[in-house]
Write a protein that binds this ligand. Sequence first.
Ligand SMILES: NC(=O)c1ccc[n+]([C@@H]2O[C@H](COP(=O)([O-])OP(=O)(O)OC[C@H]3O[C@@H](n4cnc5c(N)ncnc54)[C@H](O)[C@@H]3O)[C@@H](O)[C@H]2O)c1
Length: 438
Amino acid sequence: MKTARKYKICVVGAGHVGLVAAACFSKLGHKVVCVDNDRNKIQMLKEMSMPFHEPGLEALVKRGLKRENLNFLFSLTEGIRSSEVIFIAVGTPPKKDGSADLSSVENVAYTAAKNLNSYKLVVGKSTVPVQTGKRIQEIIENNKDNGLKFDVASNPEFLREGKAIYDFFYPDRIVLGVESKKAENILKGIYSLVKAPFVVTDINTAELIKHASNSFLATKISFINAVSRVCDLAGADIEKVSKAMGMDRRIGSAFLQAGIGYGGFCFPKDIEAFAYISKKLGYEFGLLREVRNINQGQVVYFLRKIKGKLGSLKNKRAAVLGLSFKPGTDDMRFAPAVKIVEALSQEGVNLSLYDPKSMGKSKKVLKGIKRVKFFKSPYAAVAGADCVCFLTEWDEFRKLDLRKIKKIMKHPFIADGRNMLDKKKVLAAGFEYFGIGR
Ligand SMILES: NC(=O)c1ccc[n+]([C@@H]2O[C@H](COP(=O)([O-])OP(=O)(O)OC[C@H]3O[C@@H](n4cnc5c(N)ncnc54)[C@H](O)[C@@H]3O)[C@@H](O)[C@H]2O)c1
């Protein structure tokens, strides 16, 4: 893949978004430097070692490093000075009050102002509340030391972890929030080889599109989870409800799977940040609070169901299969599994944990939690257990030998937090089983 015009791009933040964008921009033929203030991460990347699991990413990074159109730097100053376009892809974590912590974004804007050695286009790729672009503009305008021109733009990212490379090259749309024709043309040039429709808007609108999209997806999940609770009470089957609802093209089948709720770095924080900024602007977005409440309630509900089946939890053994917040990634940020493991441990349950990809990260995140042991295979984890909880819908779990599991468990009881197993088969194999809403 080669673009007609190659741009010198600096991507700030070598995380799930920044590193993917940097590697993909280099595949498109641009000259890319990826900067991060985490020295270890930069060192790892220079040595071609990946800081997180993302299918296909390693090959792209290696390719870029070998062809020398992808480089990793610790120095933000150097990255900015050597580039024409700066993509800000740093974290925007939640503050205690739910608002987005924009200090990293603002820091990059300030450094860009102080290193404006030529025209620069500064593009927000991180998920930020509406009006952040304006703030970036102000910071650069108020801190630059010369009369050189710059533009600010917003290009929110919609990739899914685990499918990030595919999503970069085949997105449903590319949103460009711009305030000048020059900025629009540069961004269209950068993405010229990606076959996707551009949605060109002003910066505020582009920023809002991202918050609205994530909030809507989270709303779909909480909606179906609320329906699943009614299904459980009424004796109906949420799987069939979801399927039939999803077949209606006005609704669509995506994000209609009931379970223990959403997690990850995006939905929980983006819902809070969107509610916060809406309120600040004068609108109380109560629906989003309820989306969050329903989501948090799913974990509580799942735990209550386990207790209902097992009775006293003290000294029972539970195997937990799946820890990352979703399959295809080792990301443990806001993973529902963390809350479930913590709660079961507090009740005196001994826990045997297994995940195909996130064992390294899980050990760090769950450090200090009592009665927790990690196992190298799902079978080793379930041996001797009173209950096995499926918390992430990894494909490999669907292929497990149920007969073997039944033989090695103390009690054949499955708590399916993702409705991922074939209920009929599980019951036929002689297990006690519960899912969510089925
Ligand atoms: N993870 C996703 O699936 C996803 C999808 C779309 C959008 N987003 C958004 O993209 C942004 C980044 O998310 P992420 O998942 O890549 O986060 P991440 O934590 O994986 O990566 C952020 C990186 O930025 C670096 N960083 C922070 N401050 C810095 C600074 N001042 N200078 C240089 N580097 C700095 C951190 O060291 C880290 O490596 C967030 O706003 C997020 O909401 C994430």
